[in-house]
Design a protein around this ligand. Structure first.
Ligand code: ATP
Length: 747
């Protein structure tokens, strides 16, 4: 009993001493941390205010280990193989660390992410932030992909810290985010979703906010979320540091800078080669237009009827490359992907656009990152900030709507120290864009397409479109959405619908004739409604008070499948806009459908010409907005044949072609089967008399009609295999997405 007591006492003592040791160790750690913090604080206070803005000078390279930052951050940086700072990092990180408000601009791929991630983490570490202190820093970024990408970098550098990070983006469960939001110290967010949490989440508090980062501010404003930004800024304490990153310095970015920054520093970098670079003067044009030096830029002039032929020839001659193809609208992305995968180019095809489900977008992004050779068709959702490693070629099939978009698209290659190439397809009417590139010192060289090397895929596309109704619909919608987008592009010197041959374009997509296009009037109420729905889809939330934002900033067409990122228009007063479409090659007068119904007295007959009602149109016309929308159809070429006849001829041609191909296929298959049987007979004979009965059976089977059926079923299964190939690939994508989502331990 006593010994038992003794044992317990000893045990307690032991435990006590353990506790004491633990407390001791904790205290030592705390002391060491405190010493480390005061040492780093002293070093940070000694950082001079950056003053080299008025001179263009060479930036000296530095090592991360020279920065006044915590051991924990240094260890994480080393673990991620970051050793030497890039030019913009050398200038911006120390300023971020010393607590300055700053407006920062640098070429694509120059390493801007670390410019804010390091100061964010360090500020919270130096402030001894704990989970009880709530949100200490918010990083706002325009798209979900970009948010996910930044979140990955944040979690990578937080590995050794006790600071938490959360990701709040549209497309995810709001309730899940709400359950965890009070535990996050660093929040990576898209603007709409952040505002939604501010309005609706009880646990959300940013009262202690120390640092706000606005990444890709120009893009956030482009998307028409000026008022959302104002509302967010209204909700945040002004006693904070703000870092604003923007590739372009538009009026609205300057207005946002005024609203959010206090006595800001302007830090810009032009021309980077590897880690080198020079400081650029404040507001210098060079800062805005610089692209990496290791990027080779080309352009080529191609008619609308040949773009797909040239693209196909390009893809099939670069089978070992990683290619990123930009087109204008999500419908084109889907059509290119669906049509070209059926033609088996010999390289994996992927596609990415704004309205894709988040999980699919993430998995596609992950797959393209991992692959060594692949071709990704994308809208501009992929053009800003996304960091795909080792892209060899960026191909812009359609002219970008602005130089800023061009810079961001080509910036997906030649990132950090790697080199890359970019080529741009321009219609002859878009030649003016070359002048703009030259004026902005973007050195693109002209490439000439060798006609004899160009493959003509139009007949193949015609067959695919004729055989697959869904692909045909996609092709029609792709043509329509492209033309509508061009209609909305502001730069009328470059984009002129009159110069585009709708029929040639449609033909190159495998269509017999140009689909009818209804060009939207600008800023109708229906368009605003659609814009709101789309903004909600993209950003998760649009507060009611911001409806005018959208009214003022986004014009969308009535096709509610359109890609938000493509058809938004900014900087026009849409409410008072009297701008009419400029190109009515043939404008159909509005059809009056609200006919007064007159009760006929018996014996009275109705005049027949008044009874011609177009049902397809009536729905639109009954809409008050509908009357503002002139229907523009493709200019008639003056051909002697009508559109209906043309379509019939086309279908006839395709049918004949398919029949011809079928006959060839059957002949080839028959030949193959004959050969196979011949081989079987020979081998059977060799096996001797024992197998003579089996041989006899085979010989009978030769004439058996069931055997003749076999090739065609083999053939059809081959065709199915071809059509399903990408779907099977997609299975891997989904796996990858799940892995990616699991590996990023959010919150
Ligand atoms: N100091 C560095 N050392 C090594 N790699 C770096 C360094 N800084 C950045 N990188 C790498 O360079 C690539 C581009 O960086 P980042 O995405 O931050 O560029 P960015 O300037 O934000 O580009 P964009 O303007 O297109 O968004 C990333 O893969 C990143 O990991």
């Amino acid at each position: 009993m006593d010994s038992n007591k003794k044992y317990r006492k000893g045990d307690r003592n032991k435990k006590g001493s353990g506790k004491f040791n633990q407390n001791d160790a904790r205290k030592t750690r705390r002391d060491r941390e405190a010493t480390s913090i005061s040492r780093v604080n002293a070093a940070v206070e000694a950082i001079p205010l950056y003053s080299g803005l008025s001179r263009v000078e060479r930036v000296k390279q530095e090592k991360f280990s020279d920065l006044p930052v915590s051991e924990k951050t240094l260890d994480a940086l080393a673990a991620a193989d970051y050793e030497t700072l890039t030019a913009i990092q050398t200038l911006a990180i120390p300023q971020g660390l010393r607590g300055s408000d700053a407006l920062i601009a640098a070429p694509t791929g120059s390493g801007k992410t670390l410019c804010f991630v390091i100061p964010v983490i360090e500020l919270l570490w130096r402030s001894r932030w704990s989970s009880l202190d709530g949100i200490g820093a918010i990083i706002l970024t325009p798209t979900r992909e970009l948010a996910v990408q930044i979140f990955e970098v944040v979690t990578q550098l937080l590995k050794m810290h006790h600071i938490t990070a959360g990701l709040v983006i549209g497309g995810k469960s709001l309730a899940t985010e709400q359950r965890h939001i009070d535990r996050a110290n660093i929040l990576v967010a898209t603007p709409g979703r952040l505002l939604q949490h501010m309005d609706e989440s009880v646990g959300f508090s940013a009262d202690n906010l120390k640092l706000l980062v606005l990444d890709e501010a120009d893009r956030i404003l482009d998307l028409g979320f000026e008022r959302t930004m104002e509302a967010i800024l209204d909700n945040l304490s002004s006693d904070r540091q703000t870092m604003l990153f923007s590739a372009t310095q538009t009026k609205s970015v300057k207005a946002l800078a005024k609203l959010s920054l206090e006595d800001p520093q302007y830090i810009g970098i032009k021309q980077v080669e590897g880690n080198e670079g020079s400081a650029a003067e404040e507001n210098s044009e060079e800062t805005l237009s610089a692209t990496p030096k290791k990027l080779s830029q080309f352009y080529t002039i191609i008619g609308e009827g040949d773009k797909l032929n040239v693209l196909w020839s390009f893809i099939t001659s670069h089978l070992k490359s990683k290619i990123l193809v930009f087109v204008t609208s999500s419908k084109q992305v889907r059509f290119f992907y669906e049509a070209l995968r059926r033609m088996r180019p010999g390289i994996p095809l992927l596609h990415l656009f704004g309205r894709m489900k988040l999980q699919k977008r993430t998995s596609t992004y992950g797959d393209f990152c991992k692959s060594k050779a692949a071709c990704l068709f994308a809208t501009d959702v992929a053009s800003r900030g996304l960091d795909f490693p080792a892209v060899d070629w960026v191909v812009q099939v359609d002219c970008p709507e602005s130089l800023a978009t061009y810079i961001h698209r080509v910036g997906r290659t030649a990132r950090y120290t790697s080199s890359g190439k970019a080529t741009l397809f321009l219609l002859p009417s878009e030649n003016k864009f070359v002048d703009q590139l030259n004026d902005s010192r973007l050195p693109a060289k002209k490439m000439v397409v060798k006609r004899n090397k160009m493959l003509d895929i139009t007949p193949k596309l015609e067959s695919i479109v004729a055989a697959n109704t869904d692909v045909k619909h996609l092709a029609q919608r792709a043509v329509v959405s492209y033309l509508k987008a061009v209609h909305l592009f502001a730069d009328k010197e470059v984009f002129n619908l009159r110069e585009i041959d709708f029929r040639k374009l449609a033909h190159s997509y495998g269509l017999p004739s140009a689909p009818r296009v209804k060009f939207p009037a600008v800023g109708g109420t229906k368009a605003i409604k659609v814009a709101k729905v789309k903004a909600q889809n993209e950003f998760g939330y649009v507060p009611r008070k911001n409806a005018n934002d959208i009214r003022g900033k986004i014009e969308l067409e009535q096709d509610d499948d359109e890609d938000l990122l493509q058809v938004k228009r900014t900087n026009r007063d849409l409410v008072n806009d009297t701008h009419e479409p400029e190109y009515p090659p043939t404008i159909e007068p509005p059809v009056k459908t609200k006919q007064k119904l007159k009760i006929l007295s018996s014996g009275e007959t109705r005049k027949t010409e008044a009874q011609h009602v177009q049902f397809g149109e009536s729905e639109e016309q009954s809409d008050p907005e509908g009357s503002e929308m002139p229907t523009v159809v493709a200019e008639s070429s003056g051909d002697e044949t009508s559109e209906g006849e043309r379509e019939q001829n086309f279908l006839k041609r395709v049918r004949e072609k398919l029949e011809e191909e079928d006959q060839n296929d059957v002949a080839v298959q028959k030949e193959r089967i004959r050969g196979k049987h011949k081989k079987q007979r020979i081998s059977s004979r060799r096996e001797g008399d024992m197998l003579s009965s089996a041989l006899a059976m085979n010989e009978t089977a030769d004439g058996n009609p069931n055997e003749v059926e076999r090739p065609s079923s083999e053939y059809s299964s081959q065709a199915e295999e071809s059509a399903d190939q990408a779907e099977q690939e997609y299975g891997h994508h989904e796996d990858a997405a799940l892995k990616l989502l699991r590996s990023t331990a959010r919150f």
